[in-house]
Write a protein that binds this ligand. Structure first.
Ligand code: ADP
Ligand code: MG
Length: 310
């Protein structure tokens, strides 16, 4: 798989403070890449370097294998964390203006804007001034302007902040759609809610350093513990629990049940296979649930950051 973007050993200092410390990332073509980390980790600093708004003290950035140059700015659609539209300008006028700055003809810009304004059901905003819009509304306009010229790389800095859950879902679906159409997407977030469904790849940044990265499935595989959620239907819950405990490592389960009398998490040793456990359980009770516990991004985020900060 080729990388659309590669950052090699980027370091950025502000005076004596190091905001980004030797961070490298590789963003595969066609991926949705989540740049995750708590507030102040250095995510925006990295994004600003990629967008040539600021320059690294050390390190290099490559777009499609080429060292980053001013001409690459047009290849990247960038939604900054500090949203900046001209407040007293009208929505449509401003969108047309910004689209033409990105190289679209007026006719083309008009056509594409019509498509997006219809899609987001905001055509009636066309003649409103930006200052008349709520923060979330203005952000929708800015999202449109970011993607309108169909750049190969899209970078959204905290795209969901300022959106209610419904609009956050709209944006999330659009991001997935843009990937379907061939774009590569990087987005940053300090909140893990949408990460699960969106990202193929993640990098976790904490206190200016990258502490974890990879394909989301590989990261999850590395963090899973061979634990299974088990729900059983039985008249002899206490007796069966004792027996299971004598054979396996058991911990309390936190899933909700409707019918199960006995619910527990069972962690297998290296020598046990899920089939052994299933075979054993089926001789004991009705099995209503048998699921491997896969750690969520939020859990991995909290675990790695807590360990790192300890
Ligand atoms: P994040 O986006 O992960 O929340 P930032 O990249 O915005 O983090 O900031 C990382 C750190 O660098 C923060 O401590 C921030 O205060 C500092 N920082 C960012 N930009 C500047 C700047 N222009 N001057 C001084 N410090 C800065
Ligand atoms: Mg930021």
């Amino acid at each position: 798989m080729t990388n659309v973007l590669e950052v090699q050993h980027a370091t950025k200092r502000f005076g004596t403070f190091t905001a980004l410390n030797d961070v490298s990332i590789q963003v595969p073509k066609g991926s949705v890449f989540g740049l995750l980390g708590p507030n102040g980790a250095g995510k925006t600093t990295l994004i600003r370097i990629i967008n040539q708004i600021t320059y690294p003290d050390q390190g290099k950035v490559f777009l499609d294998g080429q060292p980053l140059e001013p001409q690459h700015i047009k290849d990247i659609g960038y939604l900054p964390e500090e949203r900046g539209l001209y407040k007293s300008m009208k929505v449509g006028e401003q969108a047309l203006y910004l689209a033409q700055l990105k190289g679209l003809s007026k006719t083309e810009a008009r056509e594409r804007l019509k498509y997006w304004f219809d899609k987001f059901e905001i055509s009636h905003w066309w003649n409103k001034k930006i200052q008349e819009l709520s923060k979330g509304m203005a952000q929708k306009v800015q999202f449109i302007v970011t993607v309108l010229h169909r750049p190969k790389l899209l970078i959204f800095d905290e795209p969901f902040s300022g959106f209610d859950p419904i609009n956050a879902t709209v944006i999330k679906d659009e991001i997935l759609q843009l990937r379907e159409e061939g774009a590569t997407i990087i987005f940053s977030t300090h909140r893990m809610e949408s990460v699960e469904e969106l990202c193929d790849h993640i990098a976790l940044i904490n206190k200016s350093k990258k502490i974890l990265d990879g394909k989301l499935t590989d990261v999850k595989r590395a963090y899973k513990s061979n634990t299974f959620e088990v729900g059983l239907m039985t008249d002899n819950a206490a007796g069966i629990l004792e027996q299971i405990k004598s054979k396996f490592k058991v911990s309390p389960a936190d899933f909700r049940t409707i019918d199960e009398q006995l619910k527990l998490n069972i962690t297998l040793g290296k020598e046990d296979s899920p089939n052994d456990l299933l075979g054993y359980l089926s001789g004991q009770a009705q099995i209503l649930r048998f699921n491997e516990v896969i750690p969520g991004v939020n859990e991995i985020f909290i675990k790695t950051i807590t360990e790192e900060n300890a």
